[in-house]
Design a protein around this ligand. Structure first.
Ligand SMILES: N[C@@H](CCC(=O)N[C@@H](CS)C(=O)NCC(=O)O)C(=O)O
Length: 223
Protein backbone atom coordinates (compact mmCIF):
# COMPACT_ATOMS: atom_id res chain seq x y z
CA UNK A 1 0.00 0.00 0.00
CA UNK A 2 1.24 3.49 -0.83
CA UNK A 3 1.48 5.66 2.29
CA UNK A 4 1.71 9.44 1.96
CA UNK A 5 3.32 11.21 4.89
CA UNK A 6 1.22 14.32 4.60
CA UNK A 7 2.01 17.61 6.30
CA UNK A 8 -0.93 20.01 6.58
CA UNK A 9 -0.88 23.02 4.21
CA UNK A 10 2.03 21.74 2.20
CA UNK A 11 3.35 20.42 -1.08
CA UNK A 12 2.19 16.91 -0.24
CA UNK A 13 -1.27 18.06 -1.35
CA UNK A 14 0.07 17.62 -4.88
CA UNK A 15 0.85 13.96 -4.26
CA UNK A 16 -2.64 13.26 -2.93
CA UNK A 17 -4.03 14.96 -6.02
CA UNK A 18 -1.81 12.86 -8.33
CA UNK A 19 -2.88 9.66 -6.58
CA UNK A 20 -6.53 10.66 -7.05
CA UNK A 21 -5.93 11.41 -10.75
CA UNK A 22 -4.35 7.96 -11.12
CA UNK A 23 -7.19 6.42 -9.11
CA UNK A 24 -4.78 4.53 -6.85
CA UNK A 25 -5.44 3.24 -3.35
CA UNK A 26 -3.35 4.99 -0.71
CA UNK A 27 -3.22 5.76 2.98
CA UNK A 28 -2.56 9.19 4.48
CA UNK A 29 -0.38 9.52 7.57
CA UNK A 30 -0.99 13.07 8.80
CA UNK A 31 1.53 15.43 10.43
CA UNK A 32 0.78 18.92 11.77
CA UNK A 33 3.05 21.94 11.44
CA UNK A 34 4.18 23.63 14.65
CA UNK A 35 1.74 26.56 14.91
CA UNK A 36 4.54 29.02 15.79
CA UNK A 37 7.49 27.97 13.64
CA UNK A 38 5.34 26.32 10.93
CA UNK A 39 8.00 23.59 10.76
CA UNK A 40 7.21 19.90 10.41
CA UNK A 41 7.15 17.80 13.61
CA UNK A 42 10.37 15.87 14.39
CA UNK A 43 8.64 12.48 13.92
CA UNK A 44 8.74 13.05 10.17
CA UNK A 45 12.52 12.59 10.45
CA UNK A 46 11.91 8.97 11.40
CA UNK A 47 10.54 8.46 7.88
CA UNK A 48 13.27 10.38 6.02
CA UNK A 49 16.36 12.12 7.51
CA UNK A 50 15.37 15.56 6.18
CA UNK A 51 11.96 15.43 7.83
CA UNK A 52 10.21 17.25 4.95
CA UNK A 53 6.93 16.49 3.29
CA UNK A 54 6.00 14.92 0.95
CA UNK A 55 7.52 11.53 1.56
CA UNK A 56 5.87 8.33 0.44
CA UNK A 57 6.51 4.74 1.29
CA UNK A 58 5.55 1.93 -1.05
CA UNK A 59 6.43 -1.49 0.34
CA UNK A 60 10.13 -1.33 1.20
CA UNK A 61 10.73 1.90 -0.71
CA UNK A 62 10.84 5.36 0.85
CA UNK A 63 10.74 8.19 -1.68
CA UNK A 64 11.16 11.90 -0.93
CA UNK A 65 11.20 15.05 -3.10
CA UNK A 66 7.95 15.79 -4.91
CA UNK A 67 9.42 15.64 -8.43
CA UNK A 68 10.94 12.23 -7.74
CA UNK A 69 7.68 11.01 -6.20
CA UNK A 70 5.71 12.20 -9.23
CA UNK A 71 8.13 10.46 -11.62
CA UNK A 72 8.00 7.27 -9.56
CA UNK A 73 4.20 7.11 -9.33
CA UNK A 74 3.59 8.01 -12.98
CA UNK A 75 6.32 5.61 -14.17
CA UNK A 76 5.30 2.70 -11.95
CA UNK A 77 1.50 3.02 -11.97
CA UNK A 78 0.60 5.44 -14.76
CA UNK A 79 0.47 3.00 -17.71
CA UNK A 80 1.02 5.94 -20.01
CA UNK A 81 -1.39 8.26 -18.19
CA UNK A 82 -0.43 11.82 -17.21
CA UNK A 83 2.83 11.92 -19.15
CA UNK A 84 3.54 12.48 -22.85
CA UNK A 85 5.01 9.65 -24.94
CA UNK A 86 8.81 9.24 -24.83
CA UNK A 87 11.00 11.13 -27.32
CA UNK A 88 8.45 13.84 -28.07
CA UNK A 89 8.73 17.58 -27.68
CA UNK A 90 5.93 17.34 -25.11
CA UNK A 91 7.97 14.87 -23.05
CA UNK A 92 10.87 17.30 -23.02
CA UNK A 93 8.58 20.13 -21.91
CA UNK A 94 7.08 17.79 -19.29
CA UNK A 95 10.52 17.05 -17.82
CA UNK A 96 11.45 20.72 -17.90
CA UNK A 97 8.37 21.87 -15.93
CA UNK A 98 8.65 18.97 -13.52
CA UNK A 99 12.11 20.26 -12.53
CA UNK A 100 11.47 23.98 -12.97
CA UNK A 101 8.64 23.99 -10.39
CA UNK A 102 10.89 23.08 -7.45
CA UNK A 103 14.26 24.06 -8.93
CA UNK A 104 13.53 27.60 -10.15
CA UNK A 105 10.11 28.93 -9.18
CA UNK A 106 9.51 27.67 -5.66
CA UNK A 107 12.85 28.95 -4.23
CA UNK A 108 11.85 32.52 -5.24
CA UNK A 109 8.57 32.16 -3.38
CA UNK A 110 10.30 30.72 -0.35
CA UNK A 111 12.64 33.73 -0.28
CA UNK A 112 9.61 36.02 -0.48
CA UNK A 113 7.99 34.18 2.45
CA UNK A 114 11.15 34.47 4.56
CA UNK A 115 11.69 38.17 3.88
CA UNK A 116 7.97 39.01 4.34
CA UNK A 117 8.18 37.29 7.72
CA UNK A 118 11.40 39.06 8.63
CA UNK A 119 9.65 42.35 7.94
CA UNK A 120 6.82 41.45 10.33
CA UNK A 121 8.89 39.60 12.96
CA UNK A 122 8.83 40.83 16.56
CA UNK A 123 12.28 42.16 17.57
CA UNK A 124 13.87 44.79 19.81
CA UNK A 125 12.74 48.28 18.74
CA UNK A 126 16.26 49.42 17.81
CA UNK A 127 16.73 46.49 15.40
CA UNK A 128 13.33 46.85 13.72
CA UNK A 129 14.04 49.70 11.27
CA UNK A 130 17.26 48.04 10.12
CA UNK A 131 15.67 44.61 9.64
CA UNK A 132 12.68 46.12 7.83
CA UNK A 133 14.83 48.21 5.53
CA UNK A 134 17.00 45.20 4.72
CA UNK A 135 13.96 43.02 3.99
CA UNK A 136 12.29 45.67 1.80
CA UNK A 137 15.46 46.37 -0.16
CA UNK A 138 16.15 42.67 -0.81
CA UNK A 139 12.58 42.10 -1.93
CA UNK A 140 12.43 45.15 -4.19
CA UNK A 141 15.85 44.75 -5.76
CA UNK A 142 16.07 40.97 -6.13
CA UNK A 143 13.14 38.79 -5.11
CA UNK A 144 10.14 40.60 -6.60
CA UNK A 145 11.74 41.32 -10.00
CA UNK A 146 12.69 37.64 -10.24
CA UNK A 147 9.19 36.46 -9.37
CA UNK A 148 7.69 38.89 -11.89
CA UNK A 149 10.04 37.73 -14.64
CA UNK A 150 9.09 34.11 -13.94
CA UNK A 151 5.35 34.87 -13.89
CA UNK A 152 5.58 36.82 -17.17
CA UNK A 153 7.41 33.87 -18.71
CA UNK A 154 4.78 31.40 -17.47
CA UNK A 155 1.92 33.59 -18.68
CA UNK A 156 3.52 33.64 -22.14
CA UNK A 157 4.07 29.86 -22.11
CA UNK A 158 0.43 29.18 -21.32
CA UNK A 159 -0.42 31.35 -24.31
CA UNK A 160 1.25 28.71 -26.52
CA UNK A 161 -0.28 25.48 -25.15
CA UNK A 162 -3.36 24.66 -23.09
CA UNK A 163 -1.33 22.90 -20.41
CA UNK A 164 2.33 23.21 -19.46
CA UNK A 165 3.63 20.22 -21.44
CA UNK A 166 1.29 20.59 -24.42
CA UNK A 167 -2.38 20.10 -25.34
CA UNK A 168 -3.01 17.47 -22.65
CA UNK A 169 -3.13 17.71 -18.87
CA UNK A 170 -0.09 15.94 -17.34
CA UNK A 171 1.59 15.45 -13.98
CA UNK A 172 3.75 18.49 -14.82
CA UNK A 173 0.61 20.61 -14.30
CA UNK A 174 0.19 19.02 -10.89
CA UNK A 175 3.82 19.82 -10.04
CA UNK A 176 3.40 23.43 -11.23
CA UNK A 177 0.24 23.95 -9.17
CA UNK A 178 1.89 24.52 -5.79
CA UNK A 179 4.25 27.39 -6.68
CA UNK A 180 1.48 29.05 -8.70
CA UNK A 181 -0.95 28.77 -5.80
CA UNK A 182 1.76 30.14 -3.52
CA UNK A 183 2.29 33.00 -5.99
CA UNK A 184 -1.35 34.07 -5.54
CA UNK A 185 -0.87 34.53 -1.79
CA UNK A 186 2.66 35.91 -1.75
CA UNK A 187 3.98 36.49 -5.27
CA UNK A 188 1.53 39.04 -6.64
CA UNK A 189 -0.16 36.62 -9.06
CA UNK A 190 -3.60 38.06 -9.87
CA UNK A 191 -6.03 38.82 -12.71
CA UNK A 192 -3.33 40.82 -14.51
CA UNK A 193 -2.05 37.40 -15.66
CA UNK A 194 -5.28 35.83 -16.98
CA UNK A 195 -3.77 32.65 -18.47
CA UNK A 196 -2.22 31.64 -15.14
CA UNK A 197 -5.40 32.47 -13.24
CA UNK A 198 -7.45 30.42 -15.73
CA UNK A 199 -4.99 27.54 -15.26
CA UNK A 200 -5.61 27.65 -11.50
CA UNK A 201 -9.37 27.76 -12.03
CA UNK A 202 -9.21 24.74 -14.34
CA UNK A 203 -7.16 22.65 -11.93
CA UNK A 204 -9.31 23.60 -8.95
CA UNK A 205 -12.39 22.38 -10.84
CA UNK A 206 -10.95 18.90 -11.41
CA UNK A 207 -12.79 16.23 -9.35
CA UNK A 208 -9.47 14.61 -8.32
CA UNK A 209 -8.15 17.94 -6.99
CA UNK A 210 -11.30 18.38 -4.88
CA UNK A 211 -11.17 14.78 -3.65
CA UNK A 212 -7.53 15.23 -2.57
CA UNK A 213 -8.50 18.30 -0.50
CA UNK A 214 -11.39 16.37 1.04
CA UNK A 215 -9.07 13.54 2.05
CA UNK A 216 -6.03 15.64 3.02
CA UNK A 217 -7.93 18.24 5.03
CA UNK A 218 -7.82 22.02 5.04
CA UNK A 219 -5.32 23.46 2.55
CA UNK A 220 -4.19 27.03 3.11
CA UNK A 221 -0.93 28.33 1.74
CA UNK A 222 1.45 30.04 4.12
CA UNK A 223 1.88 33.82 3.94
N1 LIG B 1 11.81 20.30 -2.75
C1 LIG B 1 11.14 19.54 -1.72
C2 LIG B 1 10.71 20.50 -0.63
C3 LIG B 1 10.13 19.81 0.57
C4 LIG B 1 9.68 20.85 1.61
O1 LIG B 1 10.39 21.81 1.93
N2 LIG B 1 8.49 20.64 2.18
C5 LIG B 1 7.94 21.56 3.15
C6 LIG B 1 6.43 21.57 3.03
S1 LIG B 1 5.79 22.54 1.76
C7 LIG B 1 8.23 21.11 4.56
O2 LIG B 1 8.31 19.92 4.82
N3 LIG B 1 8.31 22.07 5.48
C8 LIG B 1 8.41 21.84 6.87
C9 LIG B 1 9.80 22.01 7.42
O3 LIG B 1 10.68 22.52 6.71
O4 LIG B 1 9.99 21.65 8.59
C10 LIG B 1 9.95 18.81 -2.36
O5 LIG B 1 9.43 19.27 -3.37
O6 LIG B 1 9.57 17.73 -1.87
Amino acid sequence: MIVVHHLNNSRSQRILWLLEELDLAYEIRPYQRDPHTMLAPPDLRAVHPLGKSPVITDGDLTIAESGAIVEYLVGRYGNGRLEPPANTLEKLRYTYWLHYAEGSLQPQLLLKLIFDRLERAPMPFFARPIARALARKTKASFIEPNINRNLDYLEAELGKTAWFAGPDFTAADIQMSFPLEAATVRGGLNASRPKLMAFLERIHARPAYKKAIERGGKYELLK
